[in-house]
Design a protein around this ligand. Sequence first.
Ligand code: ATP
Length: 261
Amino acid sequence: MDRAPLIRVRGLSNRFGRHVVHEDLDLDLYSGEILGVVGGSGTGKSVLLRSIVGLLRPSEGRIEVFGEDLQRLSSSARSRLERRFGVLFQRGALFTSLTLEENVALPLIEHAGLSRADAEALARVKLALAGLPGQAATQYPAALSGGMIKRAALARALALDPEVLFLDEPTAGLDPIGAAAFDRLILTLRDALGLSVFLVTHDLDTLYTACDRVAVLANRQVRVADRLAVVETTDDAWIHDYFHGPRGRAARRAAHPAEDA
Ligand SMILES: Nc1ncnc2c1ncn2[C@@H]1O[C@H](COP(=O)(O)OP(=O)(O)OP(=O)(O)O)[C@@H](O)[C@H]1O
């Protein structure tokens, strides 16, 4: 792609004591794309996400977002910029003592200065956008299935009309039907809202059905970031095992049934 990336990571290093998670890592996210980020457990997918959204200060390197260097911004400019991100964390992270509409209304009251009534009305729109029925708005997280919790967390991530959505393993723990529905929802939202999506996942079906490009993390760096057809054929033992094992073959067959006929 010759367009300028929306997010540009260059020479990123992250260390925790002597444990080096990333070293001289480069990655781009382009406007309007869904980028899947995969890699073995502990390769630093979540650390990368947290570095980009500003929750973790990298040990070294540059992260440019919307053309601005994150490290060089004042804290108020950074937080204005970070409001253009929506983040869905691995464990949903909803407040259990609040109803779904109260959970989604919270960022609207705190960051957009809306009145409680306006925030809750808008929260109900966001919950519907994430595919939840109207009656879910007044329910507490404990009363909901895993799939509904994910949708509520997605509604909260969408609360402030973000331009970039960061999703950390959004389909983890969902049954295959719920996971497939969530993948379709992400595609629909990207198309309807013009979002760009940074999606950390282990879910091969998500890669095949929802992602435009896939970045593979290995050995502290991005081993390859490209369309799946290119990634699948990259000469690397982990990539080969991941994409050409039984699960990878099944996901590819499900996404491209005609190729099997
Ligand atoms: N705050 C921290 N302090 C110390 N070590 C950390 C911290 N955060 C992450 N790590 C370490 O960094 C490494 C990468 O963690 P990360 O959660 O990014 O992996 P991951 O690729 O997302 O893994 P998984 O697929 O299992 O979720 C792990 O070894 C983890 O223990």
